[in-house]
Write a protein that binds this ligand. Structure first.
Ligand SMILES: C[S@@+](CC[C@H](N)C(=O)[O-])C[C@H]1O[C@@H](n2cnc3c(N)ncnc32)[C@H](O)[C@@H]1O
Length: 222
């Protein structure tokens, strides 16, 4: 799919769905998945209460987002993903474990973020974005200067961005674009062993392949 504004491309992977994921999509869609429409997004129309807002972009199978929801029941969380089996898996997890504070957008994160108001998001997580290793595919990478411009606008002052990758050329590019951006200050931590007990599927694969994982935590400065 092509973003008409910037020629940026994202790929909607099909992937086989399990019977449980199909069932979840059929029965739980209306409860958790929001249709943001084509205009400005009104966050207060999405949740039944006012609360800090956290976004996870590209949540994959959704385990990290479900954990975040359990740890932060007083936050409103929004997962944005284009991978239908992952959406099904997350809907299942929300339903079976009674998670109420998560909503899902089935679509491109960048076009969603562009339609959000100013200073409405408290934290954004981007865990193991597709690395697009081939040079001719680098323009597909999610984390770049124009993505940071959008994050800087939608984050509240002091709002946080967490990014992780196991692809070192991408890690160096991420470090560069954050350090080069006037709106962010933060740090990078590299590790070759699990630095915490919760690993996403892509983090597990990267460490098993002997890759260094880089964790970034940046704050939007005032
Ligand atoms: C490499 S996977 C990582 C999944 C998960 N975060 C993990 O660590 O296991 C990247 C995910 O980002 C999703 N994705 C890629 N571009 C996206 C976009 N523009 N908007 C929303 N999701 C996107 C993909 O569908 C995929 O599930």
């Amino acid at each position: 799919m092509v973003d008409a504004n910037e020629g940026r491309v994202y790929v909607r992977r099909r992937g086989r769905m399990t019977a449980a994921q199909v069932r979840a999509v059929e029965t739980l869609w209306d409860r958790y998945v929001v249709d943001p429409g084509d205009d400005r997004v009104a966050i207060d129309g999405i949740y039944p209460r006012e609360a800090p807002l956290g976004l996870e972009i590209g949540f994959g199978m959704g385990r990290e987002l479900a954990e975040w929801a359990r740890e932060a029941p007083d936050w409103n969380l929004l997962g944005i993903e284009v991978y239908r089996p992952g959406i099904g898996a997350l809907l299942n997890a929300c339903d079976t474990t009674g998670i109420e504070n998560v909503r899902v957008v089935d679509g491109d994160a960048v076009s969603f973020l562009k339609r959000l108001g100013d200073e409405v998001v408290n934290e954004v997580r981007v865990l193991f974005p597709d690395p697009w290793p081939k040079k001719r595919h680098h323009r597909r990478r999610l984390v770049n200067a124009s993505f940071l411009d959008v994050l800087a606008r939608v984050l509240v002052p002091d709002g946080e961005v967490l990014v992780a990758t196991d692809w070192q050329p991408y890690a160096d590019e991420i470090a560069f674009v954050f350090e080069d951006h006037a709106a962010f200050r933060g740090e990078r931590r590299d590790h070759v062993e699990a630095a915490h007990s919760r690993l996403t599927p892509f983090e597990r694969k990267g460490l098993a392949a002997g890759h260094t994982v880089s964790d970034f935590r940046f704050r939007r400065i005032g």
